[in-house]
Design a protein around this ligand. Structure first.
Ligand code: BGC
Length: 466
């Protein structure tokens, strides 16, 4: 063998070995969606078919939380924080119209509903609980149960009471305890009626958007805070889990993780591949290693690093997966940052959020979870912002075909919740993005079923008939 050949071989080995190491040996499945159409449906009789909402986005009348304050604030350029200066206000008036909305769920053959409790309504001042607000949520639960719809309750979905924000919210070391006291009170009231609990919705999103991107309150841009807040949210999950299980051992409790896949814009560029790996590890898998082993490692390349072990393993019964899309990040030096988002998808594959429609990602994120645990998984959110309603039916069908394959391949998925039942307040985008199965006319509050949404009950019925 000549030297040249040996050098080429060695370089190739190092190159492919490094690529393999960075991709963790995981290949991206190329699923043939057309071929999946021939499969029979594998969702069993007990499968939960639902839709999801969150309090601030649909209820209305949230005047005591961090978002209420944020909606009146301006950014460094004096511009409103929310697109077009919109405010959640009465939102979709779900607080008053929940009975009507439950009938809308029934009309779609749904048997589950994921919604969140508004902490700022239940505990308006620290340690003071509003029994009227608790009565309201108990009535919602009763109405659901009376209509054969299983409630799945989220205890924290992005909003904090003002008093909690003023203290420093989840930057505080004792924030998990403060949150757990609220949880204990709620479970004392609803625990006998509710089986499925989600503690915290999307820790990574709350931390990144509030403390780095400044799209969420408190709109701070400090990478060092991201890891601390992320860590405290995970600790808050564990504290809540322990309180719930002590009161109601049979409850099924989980964390809701947003798994946004990161892919390299160029598969052969080791730096892009390494960057994607680091994002997937830090923002996605970090939730799972924490849940399974009690170990948390988080870093933003070049800016912040947090490591933490609490030794508490397996403090969860179920995993909630919110899946929407994937992002491409390219490595480089871009004005103080080491990465930049790259858009690769053609316009017809984009939602109104400019997110790529990528159903295969649902399979990949489920695979990611099953590498850590075999406990039951619920798709707690998946949906599309599509004002023109031209892509909704295809989005629903393709994601359910992929989910069906995951179930057929043995993944332990127990339910699917479409985001969202109704058009609603889409955070910094205000009312401009329409995710609803039902269109909401915000002047009259009239709900109208979208044509594209009909695909959802159609598939549910077909799968039940098998
Ligand atoms: C959040 C929802 C949000 C949806 C669409 C999820 O990250 O949990 O509150 O409306 O994404 O952006």
């Amino acid at each position: 063998m000549n030297t040249f050949f040996i050098v080429v071989l060695a370089v190739a080995l190092v190159y492919f070995g490094t690529l393999f190491w960075f991709t963790d040996g995981q290949s991206n499945p190329r699923l043939n969606l057309n071929r999946l159409k021939n499969n029979k449906w594998h969702f069993g009789k007990d499968f939960l078919w639902g839709s999801a909402t969150s309090s601030h986005q649909v209820e209305g009348y949230c005047t005591n939380n961090n978002w209420y304050k944020f909606e009146s604030a301006v950014n460094e350029q004096g511009k409103p924080r929310i697109l077009n200066g919109q405010k959640a206000g009465i939102a979709s008036d779900h607080w008053n119209r929940y009975k009507e909305d439950i009938q809308l769920m029934k009309a779609l053959s749904l048997n589950a509903y994921r919604f969140s409790l508004e902490w700022s309504k239940i505990e308006p001042r620290q340690g003071e609980f509003d029994e009227g607000a608790l009565d309201h949520y108990e009535q919602v639960v009763d109405e659901l149960l009376a209509n054969g719809i299983e409630p799945m309750v989220t205890l924290h979905h992005f909003t904090d009471p003002l008093w909690f924000e003023e203290q420093g919210a989840f930057l505080q070391e004792n924030s998990p305890e403060i949150f757990a006291s609220f949880v204990e009170r709620v479970v004392g009231r609803l625990g006998r009626k509710v089986r499925l609990w989600c503690t915290i919705n999307e820790p990574s999103v709350y931390a990144m958007q509030g403390y780095l991107k400044a799209h969420f309150p408190p709109a701070v841009k400090d990478p060092r805070h991201v890891g601390i807040v992320f860590q405290n949210l995970l600790r808050a999950h564990t504290a809540a889990y322990q309180r719930i299980k002590k009161l109601e051992p049979q409850a099924q409790v989980g964390l809701v993780v947003a798994l946004v896949l990161y892919d390299p814009p160029n598969d052969w560029n080791i730096l892009d591949v390494a960057l994607a790996r680091s994002f997937n590890k830090g923002l996605n898998e970090s939730h799972l290693t924490y849940l399974v082993d009690g170990i948390f490692n988080f870093s933003i390349p070049g800016a912040a690093r947090v490591s933490f072990t609490n030794g508490i393993k397996d403090a969860f019964d179920i995993v909630g997966l919110n899946y929407y899309t994937r992002f491409f990040q390219s490595f480089g030096f871009y004005g103080g940052e080491f990465f930049k988002e790259v858009f690769k998808a053609p316009p017809e594959k984009l939602t109104d959020m400019r997110w790529e429609i990528y159903p295969e990602g649902l399979y990949r994120t489920l695979k990611m979870i099953t590498r850590f645990t075999s406990k039951p998984i619920y798709i707690t959110e998946n949906g599309i912002a599509d004002d023109s309603d031209t892509r909704r039916a295809g989005f629903i069908e393709d994601h359910l075909l992929v989910l069906n394959k995951a179930v057929a391949d043995g993944m332990n998925v127990k339910g699917y919740f479409y985001w969202s039942l109704l058009d609603n307040f889409e955070w910094a985008f205000g009312f401009t993005k329409r995710f609803g199965l039902y269109h909401v006319d915000y002047t009259t509050q009239k709900r109208t079923l979208r044509e594209g949404s009909k695909k959802y009950p159609e598939i549910i019925q077909k799968s039940r008939e098998q």
